[in-house]
Design a protein around this ligand. Structure first.
Ligand code: MD6
Ligand code: FE
Length: 201
């Protein structure tokens, strides 16, 4: 484990290649039930470059009216599929939180997608951490402080890496500057998937 700063833990290669392949295959089935959709920014309606889906009781969505957690897919109207047991096991092993996650956001990046600096603050209780797992192409992940203008650092996240944001790092600004195309053979078509497990309510 690498403590990047208080509350911010990085576990390199937490999931080995076989574990990544099993999870990839589970996600392929899950994304047939809950297809990736392209969210829009509140107010402006501008499209995200990342596509998203969710699993678990609640899912994070963004559209012209705002950001929120909701129980159903915005396009199919169906409930989100259950969280795979394999990702609940990762939470139990790495999150250091006795409560279980009730939402898992699935972000999909093609070679041009990015995620601007943001804080995750739509959850009811910031005492629970967020656990992030990267799959597929590597990315350059930027994290800073609690204010947008705070200095930031960039690290490379590779397939199988887990980052846990908790305690004093829970409300830190972070984003994905870019992915590194052709850095992984895990996904076909290629790209990057990031799972973030949260307690929304
Ligand atoms: C990503 N991650 O890695 C974007 N949010 O694709 C996040 O936005 C994130 O990694 C909250 C906690 C951990 C994260
Ligand atoms: Fe985030």
């Amino acid at each position: 484990m690498l403590l990047l700063k208080p509350g911010l833990r990085l576990y390199k290669a937490a999931l080995d290649r076989a574990g990544q392949e099993d999870l990839r295959d589970e996600l392929r089935v899950l994304l047939r039930e809950a297809p990736l959709f392209r969210p829009r920014m509140p107010r402006s309606g501008k499209e995200f470059s990342v596509r998203m889906s969710n699993c678990g009781p609640l899912g994070w969505v963004s559209d012209i009216s705002g950001y929120r957690y909701q129980a159903c897919h915005p396009e199919t109207g169906r409930p989100w599929p259950p969280m795979p047991e394999s990702i609940l096991r990762l939470w139990r092993a790495y999150a250091e939180c006795a409560r279980e996650p009730d939402a898992c956001l699935i972000n999909h990046y093609d070679e041009t997608a990015r995620m601007g600096p943001h804080q995750d603050r739509d959850e009811a209780d910031f005492s629970a951490p967020i656990l992030s797992l990267s799959l597929g192409d590597s990315c350059l992940f930027r994290y800073g402080g609690e204010r947008r203008r705070d200095p930031s650092r960039t690290i490379r996240l590779d397939s199988g890496d887990i980052v846990v944001f908790g305690g004093p790092a829970r409300l830190m600004f972070h984003g994905v500057d870019r992915t590194l195309p052709e850095s992984s053979t895990l996904l076909d078509p290629p790209g990057r998937i990031n799972l973030t497990l949260r307690r929304a309510k």
